[in-house]
Design a protein around this ligand. Structure first.
Ligand code: DQA
Length: 147
């Protein structure tokens, strides 16, 4: 079986390219998904992607990864800072979890300094813009090969 990664994009990330480009860059979400998919292919990993602006859909996607995907890479957008329901869904998932952000939330407004995802993630890649998508997949590949 090919190991697979579920890449999850949370609210407002569908607006990348138009949304605050001075913070999030000019690329569109599809560009980042293509970067992640190319990196996954380089490591012989499959990658599927889902974007939703709805907390429940994100939770159901995490449930769907149980027993299905070896890893989740998640940029949960602002739900990162608020969603204990996403925290709990990730806690019930036993694969590798990488938290991902384009910006560096720690250098921004105080409400972004807390991540409720961090306690249930193996690690986080933040602040490197689109490069983070390749780095997150690389981290997954290395973690999976050392398991
Ligand atoms: C983000 C950071 C979050 O604080 C913000 O709400 C986002 C994007 C990032 O990728 O930098 O929507 O997750």
């Amino acid at each position: 079986m090919t190991d697979s990664i579920l890449l999850i994009s949370g609210p407002n990330l569908n607006l990348l390219g138009e949304r605050e480009p001075e913070i999030y860059g000019p690329e569109h979400l599809e560009d980042h998904v293509a970067t992640a998919a190319a990196e996954a292919k380089r490591h012989a990993l499959a990658l599927r992607h889902i974007q939703s602006n709805h907390e429940g859909e994100l939770i159901e996607a995490i449930h769907g990864a149980r027993g299905q995907d070896a890893a989740i890479v998640i940029n949960a957008g602002a739900y990162t800072h608020t969603s204990w329901a996403i925290h709990d869904a990730l806690a019930a998932y036993d694969g590798v979890v990488v938290e991902l952000h384009l910006s560096n939330p720690a250098s921004r407004e105080p409400f972004r300094h807390t991540s409720v995802i961090a306690p249930v993630a193996d690690g986080a890649i933040v602040g490197f813009g689109g490069l983070g998508y390749a780095l997150a997949v690389e981290a997954v590949a290395r973690l999976l090969s050392s398991h």
